[in-house]
Design a protein around this ligand. Structure first.
Ligand code: CP3
Length: 344
């Protein structure tokens, strides 16, 4: 059995208290993050700056005593490395050169993947040295469907209609893109593990926009391939998948993908998840980020509902989606104090 609390939960152990970390625990809600951002210029520049990326990864760890640190980076560094020309613009989110024609796809290449992502690996090596020994270092990648959706759409979207149409109209070409992403994500995650990542989370943030047959093809099957391949290359490294928005289909996604942990999003009833998903599977979630914004007793009661629903099984306390910028840091402190005070 591993010693770190979070790794024990991922190994299927019921822990003395649930380990806790929060998606987007580093970010604009922290004044010290905003100060680093002002100093370093663009957001992507920060992702490729090991010294400052290490610093912002550590900021929430210093403040809040989380059980895990997640590498500070973004899921879109992989499309960027493949040649998708990713840019982040103030107040409007990411923009990429949209892929539309065969020639756009032909320009993508894995040739420079590792050289482009070398600063990310350096950030992990630094964190491996600097993190307290009880804290688990989590690496991550975007899942193929979510990355492909951003790449075809050329940015964020409410329903990814352009990407969904493209996947139906040009399934061969879209399938080639998914295959390229599967291969790149496996290589990227393997290199993250070599650099010190102790667990990997795969974010499929837009899994929920697809109907069942398309989801099986573009979400479930590619995730299953990545998990199987990574297990072979990195034995013993736990993998958490976060297929956000798939609802009750979580049951079949988890059965096909066989991850060590599964992210439960905000819309799912934690009691349903406890009933429907295998008892030895580590659940992770699922406090509403808005409960954290509002704080107080309502937040603590919402947290208690999760703790009660998942008592007696392995789980990691987290949000159902990322921390939002207007979150008061004091509410995070209050939540952690509440969770840690229950330690037996
Ligand atoms: O969780 C962490 O603390 C680690 C860092 C992390 C970021 N993004 C930092 C970030 C992680 C794990 C991500 C994942 C990510 N990025 C996802 C999957 C999770 C999810 O939210 O569903 C997605 C879809 C992205 C793509 C992305 N990055 C968008 C759509 C945006 C713009 C929206 C926004 O909040 O500004 C980003 C930017 C981003 N990624 C920021 C941070 C801290 C804010 C950028 C800034 O500092 O201005």
């Amino acid at each position: 059995m591993p010693r770190k609390l979070l790794l024990r939960a991922l190994a299927g152990q019921v822990t003395e208290r649930p380990p806790v970390w929060l998606m987007r625990q580093a970010g604009r809600y922290l004044p010290e993050y905003r100060a680093v951002r002002r100093k370093t210029g663009g957001f992507l520049e920060l992702c490729y700056d090991p010294e400052h990326a290490e610093e912002v990864t550590l900021q929430p760890i210093r403040r809040f005593d989380f059980d895990a640190a997640i590498l500070f980076s973004d899921i879109l560094v992989v499309p960027d490395a493949l040649g998708a020309d990713v840019g982040f613009y103030e107040g409007e989110g990411p923009r990429l050169t949209p892929l539309a024609h065969r020639s756009d796809f032909a320009r993508l290449s894995t040739e420079h993947l590792h050289t482009h992502l070398a600063p990310v690996y350096e950030t992990l090596r630094r964190l491996h040295r600097s993190l307290p020994e009880t804290v688990t270092l989590i690496g991550f990648a975007g899942a193929p469907w979510t990355l492909a959706a951003y790449m075809v759409e050329g940015g964020g979207s409410k329903d990814y209609a352009v990407a969904r149409k493209f996947a139906r109209a040009e399934p061969r070409l879209f399938g080639d893109l998914i295959d390229l992403l599967v291969k790149s994500i496996v290589q990227y995650c393997e290199a993250q593990v070599a650099a010190g990542a102790e667990a990997i989370q795969l974010f499929d943030s837009w899994a929920g926009v697809l109907p069942p047959d398309e989801r099986e093809r573009w979400v479930t099957a590619p995730l299953a391939r990545i998990v199987a391949e990574l297990r072979e290359r990195c034995p013993g490294i736990p993998i958490i998948v976060f297929p956000r928005g798939v609802g009750p289909a979580l049951v079949e996604v988890v059965a096909a993908v066989r991850p060590d942990g599964v992210g439960i999003d905000t819309a799912i009833d934690p009691a349903w998840a406890a009933e429907a998903l295998p008892g030895d599977l580590c659940l992770q979630g699922n406090l509403d980020p808005m409960a954290l914004v509002v704080g107080g007793d309502g937040m603590l009661r919402a947290a208690d509902r999760i703790l009660e629903a998942w008592a007696g099984r392995p789980f990691i306390f987290n949000l159902g989606h990322g921390v939002v910028p207007e979150t008061p840091p004091e509410h995070v402190a209050q939540l952690l104090q509440h969770l840690k005070s229950r330690e037996k």
